[in-house]
Write a protein that binds this ligand. Structure first.
Ligand SMILES: NC(=O)c1ccc[n+]([C@@H]2O[C@H](COP(=O)([O-])OP(=O)(O)OC[C@H]3O[C@@H](n4cnc5c(N)ncnc54)[C@H](OP(=O)(O)O)[C@@H]3O)[C@@H](O)[C@H]2O)c1
Length: 317
């Protein structure tokens, strides 16, 4: 178990080796856990390619990182809006041209607790569209490159996966009848997690070679709720953020950095990694308890089919 491997302190960046020559592609890396993950990776000499929706915020983030790590720091961005599948397709093509290898694709970007039902450009409920469908397509489009360069996929989930309806609402994927900011966010994070475990099974069945890891950042002081949540949730999370219930954004980045960099032999793909302390919101990073419904095969298979149709992308397996 990871707890034993990583000791009482859990996984920390002290375990990071020199990462010169490694390339990490991170979605939503201009702020929050993605930005902190970029910092940790750059601090060890890696190259980081951010896939962000906002050019101005991206330029500001890059300038910040170059101030910290020098003008030669290998960090860039490609514009990608997960709420537009065409933008994901264009960005994936640009990634393939820009970086010859990908050591890990970190699916980090998200929106959360959007107060009113909204739709992506392609007509999907916004949280499911951005968090799940956008990443489903991106992973599919980058899969060959990941496999060719011995890369892995890291899916950033959320403890929210168990705070909603605990399954996929196949009869109303857009939540037309019962939209609820929290439940609908939880639904999208459960979809992401189910996709990751299903992808592992499919890769194994056809003897392909891309590792897929699942983690969550616990409760971390980022701009997630401030950016997409409603007023009440912003106030509640703002207040919680100044209590020990919530950890720093940097600590929130540890699980995804661990999954992107730690030696394969020290990780278990079927595990779910994150803070292991109180409520799994904070504390030493290691293997967390995962509820069995997150690996329900029947639901995952159905979700896969629906996601292929929604994104108009067919995997080869
Ligand atoms: N913070 C927590 O307590 C917590 C708890 C559980 C899970 N998580 C998960 O942790 C991950 C990181 O979130 P965070 O807390 O660091 O939040 P954050 O600070 O808000 O960062 C989210 C990032 O995603 C980007 N993003 C949002 N919509 C996008 C779109 N349509 N296309 C491309 N990028 C988009 C944001 O870009 P903009 O800057 O342009 O908005 C931002 O860069 C997410 O997967 C989230 O679900 C966080």
């Amino acid at each position: 178990m990871s707890g034993i491997i990583f000791g009482k302190e859990g996984w920390t960046p002290k375990r990071l080796d020199n990462l010169t020559g490694k390339t990490y592609v991170i979605t939503g890396a201009n702020t929050g856990a993605g930005f902190e993950a970029s910092k940790l990776l750059l601090s060890k000499g890696a190259e980081v390619l951010m896939l962000n929706r906002n050019p101005l915020k991206s330029e500001a983030a890059i300038s910040n990182l170059k101030q910290e790590f020098g003008v030669g720091a290998k960090v860039g961005f490609i514009r990608m809006d997960l709420a537009e599948l065409d933008s994901v397709r264009t960005a994936a093509n640009q990634v393939i041209v820009s970086v010859p290898k990908i050591d890990a694709l970190i699916c980090n970007a998200a929106i959360a607790q959007v107060p009113k039902q909204k739709f992506t450009t392609d007509g999907f409920e916004s949280q499911l569209g951005v968090n799940h469908y956008g990443h489903f397509l991106l992973c599919g489009l980058l899969f060959e490159r990941l496999e060719a360069t011995n890369g892995r996929i890291v899916v950033v989930g959320s403890e929210g996966y168990k705070m909603g309806i605990k399954t996929i609402q196949f009869d109303d994927m857009n939540w037309d009848k019962n939209y609820n900011p929290m439940h609908t966010y939880c639904h999208s994070k459960l979809a992401q997690i189910m996709f990751a475990y299903e992808l592992q099974d499919r890769i194994k069945a056809v003897d392909r070679h891309v590792g897929v890891y699942v983690c969550h950042p616990g409760a971390s002081a980022t701009s997630l709720i401030k950016n997409s949540g409603g007023l009440k949730d912003r106030i509640i999370f703002g207040l919680m953020s100044i209590t020990p219930l919530v950890q720093s954004a940097e600590k929130g980045a540890y699980p995804e950095v661990m999954c992107a960099t730690e030696a394969e032999r020290n990780l278990n793909q079927k595990a779910y990694y994150g803070p292991t302390g109180r409520m799994q919101w904070t504390g030493p990073v290691g293997e967390c308890k995962l509820e069995p419904f997150a690996q329900d095969k029947e639901v995952a298979t159905k979700l896969w089919k629906i996601s292929e149709k929604a994104t108009n992308f067919k995997w080869n397996f």
